[in-house]
Design a protein around this ligand. Structure first.
Ligand SMILES: [Zn+2]
Ligand SMILES: [Zn+2]
Length: 259
């Protein structure tokens, strides 16, 4: 079963390609279940996401595409939602979709994965930054709002690594993810970033496996050619670690398939 649950479209203003182009590429690659998870609206950082006014249109476009391609591929509808306290919105959290990916892209108001603001890494204690990031992941899991954890260790993107062991920093967040029944996404986008490694790192995946956390896959495609990028590589890694099944969502409910 080939699944790919994390994909964007032009609507977030930093991706290229139409819904149909993404779907046709996924069909070409033999994807069975393909999900759109556009950056959900938020009253902060509005430039890099769709607007609240566009939600209905986005959702109906995906549903139409789902019907149109139903004989060739199973399309799912979701959002990638920023976990940012005081900026969570019921319209997104209660949207009638198949799943919500919860992602942390901001520590307070710092967009730490945006190269524009990379200077901040040098001006603060790196261990503190990592602890704050994983505290946000833990809080996100405890919020109970989301189904999937997006790119668990995104904070490594520019290769500013902590002095303290990452396993120790991430442990409470992983326990909260298990407790919340959230599913961990294996996301190869990090392989095209300075860190040169999928999210999450191998050692964190091993910890997740030991805790009994389930996984899914998402390209995090922002361009057609990124659909399926390094898919076989990350599936092989998951299998080698011992994962035997992959989870997808329909109407916020889990479905399990063997890897
Ligand atoms: Zn994006
Ligand atoms: Zn993201």
């Amino acid at each position: 079963m080939r699944v790919d649950m994390h994909n964007h479209t032009v609507r977030c203003n930093h991706a290229e390609g139409t819904i149909e182009e993404y779907i046709e590429r996924a069909i070409e690659l033999g994807v069975n279940i393909y999900g759109f998870s556009e950056h959900a609206p938020m009253d902060f950082d509005p430039k890099y996401r769709l607007s609240f006014d566009e939600m209905a249109e986005y959702e109906s476009e995906i549903r139409s595409a789902k019907a149109k391609y139903q004989d060739q591929i199973d399309i799912r509808l979701g959002y990638e939602v920023d976990y940012l306290p005081n900026h969570m919105d019921e319209r997104v959290l209660n949207a009638k979709v198949d799943y919500l990916i919860g992602s942390v892209h901001f520590i307070d108001k710092w967009g730490f994965d945006n190269p524009e603001f990379i200077g901040e890494y040098e001006s603060r204690d790196i261990d503190e930054i990592w602890r704050e990031y994983f505290q946000a992941i833990e809080d996100m899991a405890k919020s109970g709002y989301f189904d999937v954890v997006g790119h668990l260790d995104l904070i490594k993107v520019f290769k500013y690594l902590p002095k303290a062991p990452i396993e120790e920093i991430a442990q409470p967040a992983l326990e909260a993810i298990k407790q919340a029944g959230m599913v961990l996404e294996i996301n190869p986008a990090g392989l095209r970033k300075p860190i040169g490694e999928q999210y999450p790192a191998r050692n964190l995946l091993i910890m997740a496996k030991e805790l009994g956390i389930e996984i899914t896959f998402g390209s995090d495609a922002h361009a057609i050619e990124q659909v399926g990028f390094k898919y076989d590589e990350v599936v092989a890694l998951a299998q080698e670690i011992g994962f035997e099944r992959v989870v997808v969502f329909k109407d916020r409910q889990k479905e399990f398939y063997s890897l």
